[in-house]
Write a protein that binds this ligand. Structure first.
Ligand SMILES: Cc1cc2nc3c(=O)[nH]c(=O)nc-3n(C[C@H](O)[C@H](O)[C@H](O)COP(=O)(O)O)c2cc1C
Length: 166
């Protein structure tokens, strides 16, 4: 999995549109994620409308860069009729990391914008998308062809590893 050691947050995008097959491949990776009891609580909204992207980019103080993204994927989840609803956000987290890695593998770039667990932001996004009440917003994932290049930080820290010896 070389993408684990290559993926970075990309916040500058070229104007090149993202092919539908690539978006689908990214969502295929998302849905391949493991989830508690295999409950797969997710749905994914793909936003390409400029006005909607603008509105989404204004939801948090940390999302303005997303205005220039050609696509924002909005992963959402439901809580009803799940065997383990308390794990739904964790399930979505794994799906989002899968999306990010697949984005990198396709030579695209993106950045996860945190929305859940902040209720106000979750509701603001739900209102923009006019979501049904049972769907909760997890995050925004802004993606496109990268217009910046960044080396990945090496975050390995041997001091964080604690081998338990008797
Ligand atoms: C849960 C989560 C929320 C994040 N929210 C934002 C955000 O709102 N805005 C942003 O620009 N980046 C956001 N990021 C990206 C992080 O800032 C980034 O992953 C971190 O600085 C490490 O950099 P890297 O992704 O290039 O390795 C978020 C990442 C995660 C995992």
């Amino acid at each position: 999995m070389e993408n684990i050691f290559h993926r970075v947050s990309i916040r500058k995008f070229s104007n090149q549109p993202v092919e539908k097959e690539k978006i689908e491949q990214i969502l295929r990776a998302a849905m391949q994620a493991p989830s508690a009891c295999n409950q797969q609580p997710w749905e994914f909204y793909v936003v390409e409308d400029k006005e909607m992207i603008h509105a989404l980019s204004q939801v948090t103080p940390y999302s303005a860069f997303a205005f220039n993204a050609p696509v924002i994927i909005v992963p959402v989840y439901r809580e009803e009729n799940l065997p383990a609803p308390m794990f739904a956000q964790i399930d979505l987290s794994i799906a989002c990391e899968n999306m990010w890695l697949e984005t990198d593998a396709l030579q695209l770039g993106g950045t996860w914008i945190g929305i859940a667990p902040l209720k106000d932001w979750m509701e603001a996004v739900a209102e923009i998308l006019d979501l049904p009440d049972n769907l909760k917003v997890f995050s925004l994932f802004a993606l496109g062809y990268p217009a910046e290049e960044k080396p990945q930080q090496d975050r390995f820290d041997a001091a964080r590893i604690h081998y338990m010896k008797r």
